[in-house]
Design a protein around this ligand. Structure first.
Ligand code: SAM
Ligand code: SF4
Ligand code: SF4
Length: 330
């Protein structure tokens, strides 16, 4: 089952909450989202059984991986149970988690035991002042670092996602590279994207992967790694076998829409076929029926009409309304 551009579904990003304890300037700027901002209420969120039904519907269509995201997914009560549910029923399905890391340390052992395959922690700075400025100042860098180290002890590889914004945290590149130049880490630099509209994105704030790679090569030689599968978004490099990996997600300077095999499910059950889409399909009514065949049919009908390729068309589509990242899960 492929879309209008021949792309299958391989990857589901499922948001389990839109709430977040951080206020990253590029995602949930505090001017627009004060501390008392009304996120979705618990009864508006998909139940774990709804998520299970969506996964069951997607597996025969080719799904291979589920990434749990948010908002901040570790704020969702009983998240460990969702991981255990998915891995218990489908041990071969890859289940990953992306988190801001603040609540990670005490949960690492439990999520590992529940069967989680991999963890990504978002971290944009090692300097506490820059970290505070980027995340809304309220949270502590050392708590996140403790979560990262704990995850590093339990998981074979921990990915670190760094969004670079020129003039904000681009001075952190070398320090991050040195800190994570260890086996078991993959540091990934993500180009700042124009998701949503509240972050007032500007093209000149994007630090391209090519620019970062050039800076890193001055520290030490990096060697390119081959793609592991066609839909892999990260261009991977390695310092040496004994050290970690560095990756670049160059979604602005080198869009990869032609290979985009990802579908997104919002915390309240809306299916999105592109990060930049302003259209979605509400799956809640069909999920309420509990009818697997109907869920499959609904998703198939949506996917077969999909022709999204925003990043390739950015110039001509700039100005269209877009969902905010925290509702979509990145
Ligand atoms: N709260 C979790 C976290 O921060 O890891 C998960 C959700 S967050 C929306 C997922 C990822 O999206 C994070 O790595 C974040 O840095 C990234 N992100 C958010 N807004 C972005 C933007 N405008 N451009 C690029 N990446 C962005
Ligand atoms: Fe929260 Fe993640 Fe968005 Fe930061 S990037 S505000 S941690 S959802
Ligand atoms: Fe996929 Fe849309 Fe991003 Fe292109 S712009 S890679 S279609 S999510």
């Amino acid at each position: 089952m492929v879309d209008l551009l021949g792309r299958p579904i391989r990857d589901l990003r499922v948001s389990v909450t839109d709430s977040c304890n951080f206020r990253c300037t590029y995602c949930l700027p505090s001017e627009a989202f004060p501390r008392d901002y009304a996120f979705l209420k618990p009864d508006q969120l998909l139940r774990f059984s709804d998520i299970e039904l969506v996964v069951a519907a997607l597996l025969p269509l080719g799904l291979q991986k589920v990434k749990i995201t948010g908002g901040e997914p570790l704020l969702r009560p009983l998240l460990v149970e969702l991981i255990a549910l998915l891995k218990g029923r489908w041990p071969g399905l890859e289940v990953a988690l992306i988190t801001n890391g603040h609540h990670l340390a005490p949960l690492v052992k439990r999520i590992r035991k529940a069967g989680l395959d991999s963890v990504t922690v978002s971290l944009d700075a090692l300097d506490p002042t820059v970290f505070g400025r980027m995340t809304g100042n309220a949270h502590r860098l050392d708590t996140v670092l403790a979560g990262i180290e704990e995850a590093h002890r339990e998981f074979e590889q921990v990915k670190i996602n760094t969004v670079l914004i020129r003039g904000e945290n681009d001075d952190q590149v070398e320090a991050l590279a040195k800190y994570f130049q260890r086996p078991g880490f993959a540091l990934r630099f993500i180009e700042y994207m124009d998701v949503g509209s509240l972050n007032r994105w500007r093209r000149d704030q994007v630090v391209t992967g090519a620019e970062v790679l050039e800076r890193l090569q001055k520290l030490k030689n990096l060697f390119p790694l081959p793609k592991r599968h066609p839909g892999e978004t990260s261009e991977r490099w390695v310092w040496s076998e004994a050290e970690g990996e560095v990756g670049f997600i160059n979604s602005v300077s080198r869009p990869f829409c032609a290979e985009c095999v990802r579908v997104r499910l919002s915390a309240d059950g809306k299916l999105y076929t592109c990060l930049f889409s302003n259209r979605s399909t509400d799956l809640k009514p069909v999920l309420l029926t509990g009818n697997l065949a109907e869920v499959t049919q609904t998703i198939t009908a949506v996917w077969k009409k999909r022709d999204d390729r925003y990043s390739e068309q950015r110039q001509s589509l700039a100005g269209t309304t877009r969902q905010e990242m925290f509702t979509l899960g990145g």
